[in-house]
Design a protein around this ligand. Structure first.
Ligand code: HEM
Length: 417
């Protein structure tokens, strides 16, 4: 142990900048048992090689029934409100062979090609949102841009009719605000969303279209189909997994660019020349440098095992700290430096192994489109408050800003954005 005292985790100061604490853990207690704010005890894995091993280790189950304390039953583990809404059978809560079957089915509907075809629609949504605040010369980029973009994008992909999308925006808003929202509001929103999705699936069954929900209904593997409940849980996890994450990619990403003016200038010039190369590596670097998912989702040891030389007991929860692994100096040169052109960048921002992010192509598309459009359409974008005034959400799994107030030269003519 060093002379430097162990850091206090999960405070507001920690939420604002967890990286010094993670550096300490990586060096002095790389597999560290801690008590989470919920009271649940868990192991934090912080070094890159250990993190990769743990993410791909079949002895670590995603199914909360393997948790020794059965904290899931008390609602302390998992998606808030999901139990009450019977949405448990989704990819992030199950293991092979069920996971293999469901992932194969959903992969038939949610293909990289379908995502690529969606690019013009994402660009249109992005520009429409920028149009809505560009004439004002100031905005809160979280609420007016980063938050609505992924909700409208995934609603469009799923085939949620335009007139119902604002309901989704409200329900999703309640889910992201949990903690600050009214009591029971999250569970109610999840219930409403599930009822809506089941009804939509039911209606689409007799009128299949070109959307993702129709794709989920149609998808079959060796004659097997998703049940309506499974299709609803799948649509829900696509929304849930793809929503706050993308909000945070746009929010954290923009913030990192604003704090690193030289890097931002290089990117702005490159995007201005119509190049796509630096924008692509930039989004990967932003995922590594201050990614949306700070800790990977829960895993539970199904038998005694060793991670980085530390013995983990059966039933123990393991949380892989992606944010710590992605700044491991043993793996990344100058890990605390934002280098948008970084080439050797096998970051864990989308996870690793069989649960690797299914939505990575959509996340990349949205991240690149959103950041590219912001930099070209609002070239003098700047923070409207001091960095110290910004507040982070302080959740366990996700890392993201509550608000991101910015100012820029107002753009009056938005017609050709
Ligand atoms: C920047 C945005 C995103 C980030 C950083 C991200 C990150 C991740 C990570 C780290 C995991 C693995 C979690 C674990 O192993 O514990 C994951 C899984 C997943 N993600 Fe994403 N995600 C993003 C966007 C999306 C989008 C847009 C969608 C879909 C619309 C999506 C759908 C999923 C699904 C379904 C899984 C579960 C896959 C499985 O268990 O097989 N994600 N994501």
């Amino acid at each position: 142990m060093s002379d430097v005292p162990a850091p206090t985790l999960f405070t507001w100061e920690f939420a604002a900048d967890p990286y010094p604490a993670y550096a300490w853990l990586r060096e002095h207690a790389p597999v560290h048992r801690t008590t989470l704010p919920s009271g649940v005890e868990a192991w934090l894995v912080t070094r890159y090689p250990d993190a990769r091993q743990a993410l791909a280790d079949a002895r670590l189950s995603k199914n909360p029934v393997h948790h020794s304390e059965s904290a899931h039953a008390k609602g302390k583990v998992g998606i808030p409100g999901e139990r009450s809404a019977d949405l448990m059978t989704h990819l992030l809560n199950i293991d092979p062979p069920d996971h293999t079957r469901l992932r194969r089915l959903v992969s038939k509907a949610f293909t990289p090609r379908r995502v690529a075809e969606f690019a013009p629609r994402v660009a249109e949504l992005t520009n429409r949102l920028i149009d809505s605040f560009a004439p004002r010369g100031e905005a809160d980029l979280i609420h007016e841009f980063a938050f609505p973009l992924p909700i409208y994008a995934i609603c469009d992909m799923l085939g949620v009719p335009a007139e119902d999308q604002d309901d989704f925006r409200d329900w999703a808003g309640m889910m992201i605000r949990h903690g600050g929202g009214p009591r029971g509001g999250v569970a109610r929103s999840v219930k409403k969303m599930r009822a809506y999705l089941l009804d939509l699936i039911h209606r689409k069954r007799s009128d299949l279209g070109d959307d993702l929900i129709s794709g989920l209904i149609r998808a079959s593997d060796h004659g097997e189909h998703l049940t309506e409940n499974e299709a609803a849980a799948m649509a829900f996890i696509l929304l849930f997994a793809g929503f706050e994450t993308t909000v945070n990619l746009i929010g954290n990403g923009t913030y990192a660019l604003l704090r690193n003016p030289e890097q931002r200038r290089l990117l702005q010039e490159s995007v201005g020349r119509g190049e796509a190369g630096l924008l692509a590596t930039a989004v990967e670097e932003l995922l590594r440098y201050d990614g949306p998912v700070e800790l990977a989702t829960w895993r539970f040891a199904t038998e005694p095992l060793s991670i980085g030389g530390q013995l983990i007991g059966t039933g123990d929860p393991v949380l892989v700290v992606l944010a710590a692994a992605d700044r491991d100096p043993e793996r990344f040169d100058g890990p605390d430096i934002l280098d948008l052109a970084r080439r050797d960048n096998p970051h864990l921002g989308f996870g690793h192994g069989i649960h690797y992010c299914l939505g990575a192509p959509l996340a990349r598309l949205e991240g690149q489109t959103a950041l590219g459009a912001l930099l070209t359409r609002l070239p003098d974008l700047q923070l409207a408050v001091e960095p110290g005034e910004l507040r982070w959400r302080g959740g366990l799994i996700m890392r993201g800003l509550r608000t991101l107030p910015v100012s820029f030269t107002a753009v009056q003519d938005v017609s050709n954005g």
